[in-house]
Ligand binder design. Sequence first.
Ligand code: PAF
Length: 289
Amino acid sequence: MKIVKTIAELRSTLAGPRANGARIGFVPTMGYLHRGHISLVEISKQHSDYQVMSIFVNRIQFNDPKDFETYPVDLKRDFDMAEAAGVDAVFLPDDAEMYRAQRTFVDIELLTNHLCGAHRPGHFRGVYTVVCKLFNIVQPDVSVFGQKDIQQAITIERMVADLNIPVRIIIAPIVREPDGLAMSSRNKHLGAEVRERAVVISRSLRRAEELIAQGVRSAGDITASMREIIESGGPSAIDYISMVRYDDLQPVDRLEDPSVIAVASFFGSTRLIDNMIINKTNGGYACIW
Ligand code: PAF
């Protein structure tokens, strides 16, 4: 596995495989890898021949400087995991390589006025800017994003369509701990007691699935029931529990096809997010979470 730190070196690394007809798969990350990231590489391998992973803690997407300073880093472990997963090249730029004197930023209208966009000012502008730059640097055929960051994944699909970026975006299923907690690099910050309580988030999604199966369609009824479950775990704050349309991420009063139910809640000082996608099927609704 090659580890490259500059854009020029990455471009020359990719020239050979590309000239030989290899399809390039790309998984952007901020490092501190877990099984969720590895599942993205595995999916990318099913659709492409040469795997690139970026590891870059993107300062401009952190609306809270403390969150940036405490973001976990363990490069040695990341390299071992990436290599074992079959990554061919890791792109490891530093801040100066990515942002010399950046004056151009990418933003998406409407789709970020709700959910995490409403609670993390500037976050998505930082995400779209870095992802757009990474797409231009790597020029992948395929790029895989996790469903866990559902607003990010849906809006990146939109960015790629709006800006005519020739890459296929794949949204990969959430990978969970055995008790249901969605895997996240930030889970490392949860102490044992808080970690145990945080399981109420995935329980609340299970409850939503049960209610939908019983025929409940009101967003208010479903999210009120989820709130009760999350509150039973003693969160420090709940940012949102919301049902939105999949296509434009705007809140709905009643379940539509397709919809997303998304949650963001603090346990201790750690902000956790989770969600489910709901699609109409022949016999009812399928909940993917
Ligand atoms: O999901 C993440 O880890 C980041 O937002 C991403 C896509 C790597 C951009 O920095």
